[in-house]
Write a protein that binds this ligand. Structure first.
Ligand code: NAD
Ligand code: UDP
Length: 335
């Protein structure tokens, strides 16, 4: 029988791409999403792309009855847990909302899973758990010192899931630390659709390219990097989604907790990213040098070798593909 996989936050940017790759791998994904940061219009698009009906339960993961009903009614085999709040700046001004949604949501989900006997979970963690890393590339055993409320919720959820697995060896947990997800599905039908003005580099570049924003402010030109601008490990969202499929397969073989970085092990500067986006959209991107952004680091690049060894997975798509796909999505969503 086809395994049913519940994707919390499956209508969001990353979750929607995971739904597609799960379906392509022969799983039957279903979604729980409250659409607080996504649109219901994503769901029919997912059915269209996958060629299968993608069931979607509208609601909040903190609603225990809703989760219990969903897990039992659909005979879910495992959960990919993407739902949560993710804006670093907002987490500093609304800490309780972040603790409630991210940690409260995970506790409610884990309780419902335990009650239903569903004990396999893949969790969307983040490289932000490392904070100001002492050295790059960053391996999974680097010190964990998140600098924001958002990052601390991610680390606390990792700890919570570790404790759960220690208390009951039936749990199988993958903690996947994403570096900088970028790009969109090659169909141009789904992608990142921030409801507010974006804060991240790639969606801002797409909006500057489309003339919706006048310019990109480059946050710092005096970082200790080759061109003075910040260096990040951008990973194509489809590569990221494929890693979740590989992680689920791994959890069928491995009990306990598996913690992995998901990145390309290759860093690009802000200026290199702007140049790549200019190639993708065939337009000049207006930029303005600006002061450093509070909380930023000079370089954040994954050592992704553990994911390669453990999952047999490597990121295959480069920065030009990320920019081309992000640009295609920008044009389609405006059409
Ligand atoms: P997103 O906001 O596009 O997706 C999250 C989805 O969860 C949205 O559809 C939202 O409506 C839903 N949601 C939020 N709270 C919910 C709740 N309480 N109940 C039900 N649904 C809820 O974000 P994304 O970029 O797709 O990120 C997915 C996950 O990956 C998040 O946990 C995020 O912290 C993590 N992550 C993202 C990035 C990134 O750069 N995008 C990097 C590292 C980690
Ligand atoms: N950045 C920038 N201008 C912007 C947004 C981001 O120069 O308007 C830089 C940021 O300083 C960092 C890189 O782009 O060096 C990636 O930032 P993003 O917010 O996308 O991801 P982060 O690494 O902070 O999670």
């Amino acid at each position: 029988m086809t395994d049913k996989i519940l994707v919390t936050g499956g209508a969001g940017y990353i979750g929607s791409h995971i739904v597609i790759e799960l379906s392509a791998a022969g799983y039957a994904p279903l979604i729980v999403d409250d659409f607080s940061n996504s649109s219901p219009s994503v769901v029919p698009r997912l059915s269209e792309i996958t060629g299968h009906d993608v069931p979607c339960v509208t609601g909040d993961i903190r609603d225990r009855r809703l989760l219990a009903g969903t897990l039992s009614e659909h005979a879910v085999a495992a959960v990919v847990h993407c739902a949560g709040l993710k804006a670093v700046g907002e987490s500093e001004s609304r800490p309780l909302a972040y603790y409630d949604s991210n940690i409260g949501g995970t506790i409610a989900l884990a309780e419902a899973m335990a009650d239903a006997g569903v004990k396999t979970i893949v969790f969307s963690s983040s490289a932000t758990v490392y904070g100001q890393a002492g050295s790059n590339p960053i391996a999974e055993d680097a010190p964990l010192m998140p600098e924001s409320v958002y990052g601390r919720t991610k680390l606390m959820i990792e700890q919570l899931l570790r404790d759960l697995a220690r208390s009951d060896p039936a749990w199988r947990v993958a903690l996947l630390r994403y570096f900088n997800p970028a790009g969109a599905h090659a169909s141009g039908r789904i992608g990142e659709a921030p409801s507010a003005t974006p804060n991240n580099l790639m969606p801002i570049l797409a909006q500057v390219g489309a003339g919706k924003l006048p310019e990109i402010a480059v946050f710092g030109s005096d970082w200790p990097t080759p061109d003075g601008t910040g260096v990040r490990d951008y990973i194509h969202v489809v590569d990221l989604a494929e890693a979740h499929v590989a992680a689920l397969a791994h959890l069928q073989r491995a009990a306990g907790v598996t913690t992995l970085n998901l990145g390309t092990s290759r860093g690009y500067s802000v200026l290199e990213a702007i140049a790549a986006f200019e190639r993708a959209c065939s337009k000049p991107i207006t930029r303005r040098m600006a002061p450093r952004r509070a909380g930023d680091v000079a370089i954040c690049v994954a050592d992704a070798s553990a994911a390669r060894v453990t999952l047999g997975w490597v990121a295959r798509r480069g920065l030009d593909a990320m920019c081309a796909d992000a640009w295609r999505w920008q044009l389609h969503r405006d059409a």
